[in-house]
Design a protein around this ligand. Sequence first.
Ligand code: HEC
Length: 450
Amino acid sequence: MNYPVWNVSFLGSGLVVAIIAIIHVLISHIAVGGGIFIAVAEWWAGRQADGERVRAFLHGFVKYFLIYTTVFGAMTGVGIWFAIGLANPEGTSLLIHQFVFAWATEWVTFIGELTVLYLYFYGWEVNSRRMQLLLAVLYAVIAWLSLFVINGILSFMLTPGGWTPENRDIAAGFFNPTFLPSLLGRTLAMLVLGGLFAMLLAARVEDGLKERIVALAARFVLPAAVAMPALAVWYWFALPEAAQTMWLDGATGVAGGRLEAVTRYSLLAVITGALIVIGTLTFAARPRAVTRAAALAMLVIAQLGVLGGEFFREMARKPYVIHGTLYSNGLWQAESKSPATLDAPYFEAARWEPPGIAPGSPAHGEWIYRLQCASCHTLDGYRALDTRTRVWTPAFGERFLRDLAQQGVMPPFHGDAADRAALAAWLISRHGTPVTAAEVDAAAPAEVKR
Ligand code: HEC
């Protein structure tokens, strides 16, 4: 990392980003799926004898929407920007420079989305029914377009496709190999969430109308949930080979009791998907079973499925923030291919150097940790290094750092033997028995010493 770091103890900066982002994802997916539901239900209301009752239901629906999307959606959206800018300045800068027009478009769609939503909600009494239907459809289309834009950028991070640092063609990066399966898969997830959200609100409705709304909502949820596996398979085949291998390693380890996180998350998505199908079939068959608690439980299950999918995507990208280009800790892949750069003293290459560091001192080790490891590991919380280095000896630690990239989930170590020794000594010393960098250095085989 070439910048001063944001050190978040226990959680780690990455997990902070993940927590804000997952809330944002849940809200935004409901916002789009629910928007499509409102548009369809507006049209449907026009064909019902008690259309005004349906519309009253929709009015209540939209009130929730206004609160969720404007307050929490906007807050977490801006929160993501703050968090990623601090957690990964290099990656954030790349995304901004590369997709400046896409971001601008995204913000325009967001403003459009909110404007139309307000016009729809507050135009309730004054607008013609045709106008309301038009606004509802417009909202659904604009909201979906905001997905279209952000999906190009998100999927780019995992599969940059024809984009390379030398060929910075925005279209090549945007319309990348996972763009389409991801766009369609997310659209299905949105229909599921929108339908389940409608069921949750329908749980309060009485005499006859509830049954019909539940039946309508089930038609959103069921086909989408059933079609999801096909898209998941399509998505899987578009993934980078390393991610597929990681997943397969986890899957084949199931029987042996070993299960990589990436595989666990995809399993979570599969199980929740099956539960959604079973639950929705039950709801459709017995609409009276749709109590608020039952509908809420289903919505929570669906949210867990989305969470599984998002974490899967994030894990599949390891150790990169932009696959094949930029590692999560700010090291460029191209730089890591040149031994002259990779093995040079670390602080010489860094654009920003912490002041007053004595070579081989504990501070030297700690700063190497902060700049190279802290983007993925905390010391004693999330993915803690204290537990992961408990059995380290000087010789083992030195060797581990030299071979860091061979684990497949971590970038190569950036720095020379002195940097490795300082880091290993600092990490080992945290367990209570002080070890000096010189001792680690002495334990290294002769050919890797300076
Ligand atoms: C791109 C993210 C990333 C970076 C950067 C990173 N690691 Fe890791 N590290 C992982 C992941 C993922 C694992 C495997 C899962 C786990 O152990 O939680 C891991 C595992 C480990 C383990 C346990 C290995 C085992 O088999 O028991 C150690 C020790 C470790 N890392 C040390 C480091 C050190 C030291 C640095 C900094 C020089 C570092 N890591 C940088 C992601 C990273």
